[in-house]
Design a protein around this ligand. Structure first.
Ligand code: PEP
Ligand code: MN
Length: 348
């Protein structure tokens, strides 16, 4: 249930309403807006309770949320959430967020060189995997904590916040200590214990959509994190498994505008994993921004032929620079900005 308060409601009035909600054995989540505040009531919806809340002073209206997810829903928070990820960077505002870097951190020089190149091309967040989910146990599984240290150095040298994957509760302290944004990978979208644990932190969480995750399941996974008290969730569409095998995954561009309608959380697109082919990354990045994505996650490597993981979908520094210019052109058409990147001059 959602209680919309009148603009005159004072903090004391809100406090009294919250006390009534708690007396009924339910939880209250307050969302403070510029015009008016909204209180989300978490617990079973009963018509009698709705009637009772409607009689309280300064309650403008009471609505039942029909969706199974509550705190992540647009009904609960009509305005877009803007997530502060540190070093002056936000995700979800007018400015696009571009997270770029290698699939895996290979050594310190490699991540520092890549960080400098992606920053020069206009990226504002550095990505790199230290704990890698690999289909085969014999493939390179990342440098672990040593990789986190190299990533942190590269973030400091270039003054960019860093995002890296957490695969297990085992490594939560190490990842939270080094990273500005904790990535929950596609394979862990429904690892509910892991979601609970990152929900207990305040660190921003990048929650990727599962390989076969329904949109409702993805939003319910985000709900786990918010329900524990962490509102700083960024969703990431990274392609889903379909019958089509001409590329690695099918980038579900439809999901971007739909999720923006259903939820107030920012959504970024990952066309690297969404396509698996570097030649498709630029056009699908353009399509994702045109569809309303709040940013991108892009794999970039100094020498994709020699990458220890995901070389086939990684852009060179040169192709990343070219992609960023093309995206800047789309950004201005959809009233978004990409600071420091010049769009190509319009033809004719
Ligand atoms: C990654 O970002 O390198 C990754 C493994 O992504 P996903 O979880 O989307 O496969
Ligand atoms: Mn990868």
């Amino acid at each position: 249930m959602i209680i919309v308060l009148s603009p005159e409601a004072t903090p004391d009035d809100i406090h009294r309403i919250v006390a009534r909600i708690e007396e009924s054995g339910r939880q209250a989540h307050i969302s403070t807006g510029t015009e008016r505040s909204i209180i989300g009531v978490i617990g079973p919806d009963l018509p009698a309770l709705q009637d009772m809340f409607e009689t309280l002073p300064h309650v403008e209206s009471v609505h039942r949320v029909t969706k199974p997810y509550k705190l992540v829903s647009r009904e609960f928070r009509p305005q877009d959430s803007v997530i502060d990820v540190g070093r002056g960077v936000t995700v979800g505002g007018t400015e696009l967020a571009v997270m770029a870097g290698p699939c895996s951190i290979e050594n310190e020089d490699h991540i520092v060189e890549t960080a400098r190149a992606v920053k020069a091309a206009g990226a504002n967040i550095l990505r790199g995997g230290a704990f890698k989910p690999r289909t085969s146990p014999y493939n390179f599984r990342g440098l672990g904590e040593e990789g986190l240290r190299h990533l942190e150095v590269a973030g400091q040298v270039t003054n960019m916040p860093i995002v890296t994957e957490l695969m297990s509760v085992r490594d939560i302290d190490a990842v939270a200590r080094h990273a500005d944004i904790i990535q929950i990978g596609a394979r862990n979208m429904q690892n509910f214990i892991l979601l609970d644990e990152v929900g207990k932190l305040r660190k921003p969480v990048l929650l990727k959509r599962g390989l076969s995750g329904f949109i409702e399941e993805w939003l319910l996974a985000a709900e786990y994190i918010l329900a524990q008290g962490n509102p700083n969730v960024i969703l990431c569409e990274r392609g889903i498994r379909t019958f089509e095998n001409a590329y690695r995954n099918t980038m579900d561009v439809n999901a971007i505008p739909l999720v923006k309608q259903l939820s107030h959380l920012p959504v970024v697109a990952d066309p690297s994993h969404g396509t698996g082919k570097w030649k498709l990354v630029k056009p699908v990045s353009m399509a994702s921004i045109a569809a309303g994505a709040d940013g991108l996650m892009i794999e970039v490597h100094p020498n994709p032929d020699h990458a220890l993981s995901d070389g086939a979908q990684s852009l060179t520094f040169e192709s990343f620079t070219s992609m960023m210019r093309a995206v800047a052109g789309i950004a201005s058409a959809v009233e978004r900005t990409l600071s420091g990147v010049e769009a190509p001059a319009a033809a004719g």
